[in-house]
Ligand binder design. Structure first.
Ligand code: ATP
Ligand code: MN
Length: 463
């Protein structure tokens, strides 16, 4: 007898087919002479309805064990369902209970639980409809990302998680050390003696793989990273995690326009792929979480993104008839309220803001001819704010050295990065996509803690 995943049975199963499924019981309904159980194995939002007749051997004792959360294997024959809600159901010939779940103590009973409560049972929450849908969509987003880049000949490169670069400037760093914190070796001037540490120097968890991606792009032309990044920023928001995943393409022989074009095609591809492969889950989000997610996905797939310069954006914000908490003026780093006004209220679609003031952006972004702005671009999404941040990189050695010094950093520390400009330098550009922000945007989930299986946030590293 074939062992099938439930999604496959629901999609293609035919009456009279004999098969075996395995999964966890979602619900049980006992009627006179028979019972229905809903079995879910995580392959789809919908569960498979199983009909168990009282003539099954040991009917009473088996049924007593089939509570919500129990793990089962059912062998049976598919029949056309009499009830509405499903095309086929499985008539059980043999039910094996692997593990019971005591209804008095199993925390997931058949009712709606709040996301706050579900965070306290992070080891069980993936067994709910909402988290099942989130993690299937998260998986589809990952697949779409690799597909997009692989189809275009980009090399997936693995950049280090432990790094000695403390100069990327993207956020607060987590230190990595093997020193004994109870007895830290110190130099005469009391400073920590990192010479005795594992790497003989201070090291950190990476905040971005970009600088290393630039190394690889100057050999392979087009590359991307897709891996975990870490920021010890103490911002307890619904959009920040201490550990999150980032996608960072880097393209040689590419300018800011090429960067924007790629980023736009990239987002369109991911939304299209998810809408095609996770239709049922997307429908669920639209009904239960945020009734705009499908319209938003269609908007993204079918419309060109808005593109404005930072200077134009500031003018539009100054003209806006809303009162912002942070007053608007040229030179200001756009705050979430400004980003959301532009994308959500004004343009009502993803908006690419370009050419930001040099003072508020990183040293590696290419200086524009007016020397006031840099060739940076952020993509702002309705509801989320910044989802992608990118730039054309400074490829001119002298200017890059000047910018490094201006930020109080030492060019010697970045000797290898500067070598890329000394030997065969090339215009190049790239961007970073916060993967969880994308999943939030896709699903309408309000809190970033609910789109990653094991969220790490200030004061919380449970499970
Ligand atoms: P923000 O202003 O929202 O904190 P940022 O300017 O620090 O973002 P970048 O340094 O440009 O962000 O990082 C690249 C991308 O990574 C961002 O566009 C965003 O999507 C995502 N990102 C940044 N910080 C976090 C975080 N703490 N948790 C989850 N995603 C993040
Ligand atoms: Mn930040």
């Amino acid at each position: 007898m074939v062992n099938l995943r439930i999604a496959e049975v629901l999609r293609n199963g035919q009456p009279d087919e004999s098969l075996v499924v395995q999964g966890w019981v979602r619900t049980k309904r006992e009627l006179k002479g028979f019972a229905f159980i809903e079995v879910n194995d995580g392959s789809s939002l919908a569960s498979l309805q199983v009909v168990i007749n009282e003539d099954l051997p040991e009917y009473d004792s088996v049924l007593k064990k089939l509570n919500t959360g129990a793990s089962v294997e059912v062998a049976g024959v598919l029949v056309t369902s009499q009830g509405k809600g499903q095309r086929v159901e499985l008539k059980a010939n043999k039910v094996t209970v692997y593990g019971e779940a005591d209804p008095d103590t199993y925390p997931l009973q058949k009712k709606r639980h709040s996301f706050e409560f579900l965070r306290t049972i992070g080891h069980l929450r993936s067994r709910t409809n909402s988290f099942g849908a989130v993690f299937r969509v998260r998986n589809a987003c990952s697949t779409a990302i690799h597909q997009f880049f692989q189809q275009r000949g980009f090399l997936w490169v693995h950049t280090p998680i432990i790094t000695a670069n403390d100069c990327e400037g993207a956020g607060e760093l987590f230190s990595v050390t093997s020193l004994d914190l109870k007895d830290v070796p110190r130099k005469e001037n009391k400073a920590v003696d990192y010479g005795k540490d594992f790497f003989s120097k201070p090291t950190y968890l990476t905040v971005s793989g970009q600088l290393e991606a630039e190394v690889m792009a100057t050999a392979f032309t087009n590359v991307y990273t897709f891996g975990p990044t870490f920021r010890a920023e103490n911002s307890n928001t619904s959009r920040h995690l201490a550990e999150f995943w980032m996608v960072e393409p880097e393209m040689a022989f590419c300018d800011l326009k090429g960067d924007m074009d790629l980023a736009e095609a990239f987002l369109k591809h991911i939304f299209k792929y998810v809408m095609e492969t996770c239709a049922e889950d997307m429908e669920f989000f639209n009904q239960r979480i945020d009734n705009t997610v499908i319209a938003t996905a269609e908007n993204i797939i079918n419309n060109e993104f808005e593109r404005v310069t930072y200077t134009e954006a500031i003018k539009l914000l100054e003209k806006a008839d809303v009162k912002f908490e942070y007053p608007v003026s040229w030179g200001l780093d756009l705050q979430s309220e400004h980003e959301r006004y532009l994308a959500e209220q004004l343009f009502k679609k993803p908006t690419i803001v370009t050419n930001y003031p040099v003072q508020i952006k990183a040293f590696y972004m290419r200086l524009d001819d007016d020397e006031k702005t840099v060739a940076a671009m952020d993509i702002l999404a309705p509801k989320i704010g910044e989802i992608i941040g990118g730039s054309q990189r400074e490829e001119r050695l002298e200017i890059l050295e000047r910018r490094i010094l201006a930020q109080g950093m030492k060019p010697e520390d970045l000797w290898w990065y500067l070598d890329l400009r000394r030997f065969g330098t090339v215009p190049h550009a790239g961007f970073g996509l916060g993967f969880e922000r994308l999943v939030q945007f896709m699903t309408g989930m309000g809190n970033i803690r609910d789109v990653i299986p094991f969220p790490r946030t200030p004061e919380s590293a449970e499970f």
